[in-house]
Design a protein around this ligand. Structure first.
Ligand SMILES: [Zn+2]
Ligand SMILES: [Zn+2]
Length: 151
């Protein structure tokens, strides 16, 4: 996999849409590529600011929406309304800790045909389904045990 493929795809698609390839947009792509976890737009904004001082949060949001459109980033459903962005776009699912909000990738390929069929019945043209497993993460369980709380 070529390290510049996302950049190239991004540049090509931006130009095809009549949009400019800006240093700000490229910096966001670079930060996402280096990211090894799931991050909120605010966290990404902090990381991108180190490369492009003065970049605004709305610019980060709109670029993330563009990248999501292009399939270069996925939005992870999360409790509390804060969207998490995931640079990993191959099929995987997530487990989210109810207590600390930690998100981990889980590798599984559940049969989604029943979900897709139900979505179709509701009038949708489904293209993707993400499974979110909720529970208490290992660190919180260990902390709970240490504190004598039951989890
Ligand atoms: Zn936790
Ligand atoms: Zn993920």
């Amino acid at each position: 996999m070529a390290p510049t493929s996302t950049d190239e795809l991004f540049c090509t698609t931006l130009r095809a849409r009549g949009q400019r390839v800006t240093p700000q947009r490229l910096a966001i792509v670079a930060v996402l590529r280096d990211l090894d976890h799931h991050a909120t737009a605010e966290e990404l904004h902090g990381l991108v600011s180190a490369r492009v001082p003065g970049i605004s949060l709305p610019t980060v949001y709109s670029t993330l929406e563009l990248l999501e459109d292009l399939g270069a980033v996925r939005r992870v459903a999360n409790d509390g309304g804060t969207a998490l962005f995931d640079a990993r776009t191959d099929e995987h699912h997530h487990a989210i800790c109810r207590r600390c909000g930690t998100v981990v990738d889980i590798e599984a390929s559940p049969d989604q045909s029943a979900l897709m069929e139900a979505a179709r019945s509701a009038g949708f043209a489904p293209d993707d389904a993400q499974v979110v497993v909720r529970g208490i993460c290992g660190a919180c369980r260990a902390a709970g045990v240490a504190a004598g709380a039951s989890a």
